[in-house]
Design a binder for this molecule. Structure first.
Ligand SMILES: *Cc1c(COP(=O)(O)O)cnc(C)c1O
Length: 218
């Protein structure tokens, strides 16, 4: 089942797009099943859970952190995450950069753009991201790899398309104004309900949980 879903998604992804299998709240056994289907990239949203899974599963798995990250939880996340997709404030970015200085690491990050009508207030505004990238040189331990966004949670496809068009245009603006940021290439958009649409808007990561693993038991 899990295996079939993964293979059916991968068949539809263009070469530039990578599947992040969002395994949050699902047991290690589900991840192992996905692993047997060849999946090596997983997304988690809770620090403790990421750490526990990373320590008990094969080391060739890549973990992306996709949830809200509090600065007192960095040591549970940063040693394990190949990419932090959900940098949503300057305060967090500064703390991650400091952690990198102390530990001699560079941390790959996406900046999360707050999109449209989404109820949560999580994410930067566009102006905050513009300001942050103007100061990118101050963050010597951060690799700025692109943007992440969650489209409005709705059945109205037009609204989803608006959100994706918006974040794609913003990413293009940033690429043009910051040619020096060579790693700023990723666009992480698309979840279980809207990933096929996201492909039309240049997604380089789709983050899919429910469609692969079934409903989560919170
Ligand atoms: C949980 C989560 C997902 C996966 O959502 P599904 O609808 O289950 O595919 C994707 N992105 C983020 C940021 C999430 O928190």
């Amino acid at each position: 089942m899990i295996e079939d879903r993964i293979l059916s998604i991968k068949k539809e992804l263009p070469p530039r797009t990578k599947l992040v299998a969002v395994s949050k709240f699902h047991p290690v056994s589900a991840i192992e099943e996905a692993y047997r289907a060849g999946q090596r990239l997983f997304g988690e949203s809770r620090p403790q859970e990421l750490k526990a899974k990373a320590e008990s599963l094969p080391s060739d798995i890549q973990w992306h952190f996709i949830g809200h990250l509090q600065t007192n939880k960095l040591k549970m996340v940063l040693p394990y995450a190949a990419l932090v997709q959900s940098i949503d404030s300057l305060h967090l970015l500064e703390a991650v950069n400091e952690w990198g200085e102390h530990n001699g690491n560079t941390i790959s990050c996406l900046l999360e753009l707050h999109l449209g009508a989404e109820e949560t207030k999580q994410g930067f505004t566009e102006d905050e991201i513009r300001d942050t990238l103007r100061r990118a040189g101050e963050f010597g331990r951060i690799r700025f790899c692109g943007l992440m966004g969650m489209a409005t949670h709705t059945d109205e496809e037009d609204l989803i398309r608006q959100d994706f068009a918006h974040i794609r245009a913003f990413k293009q603006e940033l690429e043009q104004s910051h040619p020096e940021l060579e790693d700023f290439t990723e666009l992480s958009i698309g979840m279980s309900g809207d990933w096929k649409i996201a492909l039309e808007y240049g997604a380089t990561f789709v983050r899919i949980g429910t469609y692969i693993f079934g409903p989560r038991n919170y």
